[in-house]
Design a protein around this ligand. Structure first.
Ligand SMILES: Nc1nc2c(c(=O)[nH]1)N[C@H]1C(S)=C(S)[C@@H](COP(=O)(O)O)O[C@H]1N2
Ligand SMILES: [Mo]
Length: 357
């Protein structure tokens, strides 16, 4: 199920503009906040935000369970809750600069945000319902509906039962201490710490336990493929990445950066869904040489860590870059790793600037 790949000279079209105008990123200056303030967290919605009211909304749990059940939001709120701070990132982050560019939501690098999600652990709800023998997989269905490359569908994703039973996998009804905003999944969404955004099904209305792994559209779509016939590898956990708060001031139209000569502190964030971030390096000469940044704590295994780096800007043009490594030994590539969907691209973040007295 390949995304369309345009010829190299094809500019971004109105189809991509329509997506970009609906699905906003996090302005990079908001990397300054530990927890992304309301409205600044990125959002991605494949179809329409469904019109839901918690008074008549129910979550159904069916399939290989002892007895199928239904939960109201009050039923879920009555169960013990847990809060997890996580950094979420869209698997398509960084897609827009790939060559050739996969035609889809044209993210530059800003499809990320950190929030505290509160809800009931999925394991607890499945414990209430009781799992039947043979259950090995879980299918999550959202209340949103649309077509994608000619296939009409509810938004659905699957997880292995093993991954789903992790105690930090939540059915979340609060974001940063308030009910979920409509665009982030009101009244209930799935939260799977460390996994790319598509796993975190919003507007959750049904959970089904099955024996066989789910192979629906969104499972096939989110695979890294080199060509249309390549079955590809499924996209799962978030690759290590660091971003920089763009220093100085921007030019309105080009967003090019301008700084004054003299000392300044570069800052940003780094995260990985595979293993904790262990090192962040900064380059002030366009990736020729690298020096270590100072890391700060992130407040949760699943949330980004801060980094700082002192630099003295000298007149002229500079390209700054930042590159993170995690405890699994993964490091960001300097160049782009291309695949048809433009997924899981974690090339180093470069920021070009002019230093003008
Ligand atoms: N039901 C449903 N869940 C969904 C989506 C969707 O379109 N429908 N988009 C997914 C994708 S691709 C991402 S990146 C995240 C975005 O979550 P956010 O908008 O809260 O940041 O939600 C995921 N969950
Ligand atoms: Mo996404």
């Amino acid at each position: 199920m390949p995304a369309r790949t345009p010829v190299d000279t094809e500019e971004i079209g109105y189809d991509e503009l329509a997506l970009a105008a609906r699905n906003h990123g996090m302005p990079l200056e908001a990397l300054r906040y530990d927890i992304t303030p309301p409205g600044l967290h990125y959002t991605l919605v494949h179809y329409d935000i469904p019109w839901l009211d918690e008074r008549d909304w129910r979550l159904s749990v069916t399939g290989l369970v002892t007895a199928p059940g239904e939960f109201s939001l009050d039923d879920l709120r009555a169960l013990p809750s847990r809060t997890v701070r996580i950094t979420m990132e869209c698997a398509g982050n960084g897609r827009a600069r790939l060559r050739p560019r996969p035609v889809s939501q044209p993210w530059l690098v800003e499809a990320v945000g950190t929030a505290e999600w509160t809800g009931v652990p999925l394991a607890r709800v499945l414990g209430e319902i009781g799992m039947a023998r043979g259950a090995a997989s879980v299918v999550f269905t959202g209340a949103d509906h649309g077509t994608e490359r000619g296939v009409e569908q509810d938004y659905q994703r699957g997880l292995s039962l093993e991954d789903a039973l992790n105690e930090e996998v939540l059915l979340a009804y609060e974001m940063n201490g308030a009910p979920l905003p409509p665009q982030h999944g009101y009244p209930l969404r799935l939260i799977v710490p460390g996994w790319y955004g598509m796993t975190n099904v919003k507007w959750l209305r049904a959970i089904e336990l099955t024996e066989a792994p789910f192979t629906g559209f969104q499972m096939l779509a989110y695979c890294e493929r080199q060509d249309a016939d390549d079955p590809g590898e499924p996209v799962t956990r978030i690759n290590v990445r660091a971003l920089m708060v763009p220093p100085g001031m921007p030019d309105f139209m080009s967003r090019a950066r301008i700084v004054r000569p003299g000392p300044l502190t570069l800052t940003g964030r780094a995260w990985s869904g595979h293993a904790p971030v262990t090192r962040v390096l900064v380059s002030t000469d366009d990736c020729r040489t690298w020096q270590p940044a100072t890391l700060t704590e992130g407040g949760s295994r699943w949330a980004w860590r801060g980094w700082t780096f002192d630099w003295t800007a000298t007149p002229g043009r500079h390209v700054l870059a930042v590159r993170a490594t995690d405890a699994a030994g993964d490091t960001q590539p300097i160049g782009q790793r291309w695949n048809r969907g433009g997924f899981a691209n974690n090339a180093v973040h470069r920021v070009a600037l002019a230093c003008i007295p």
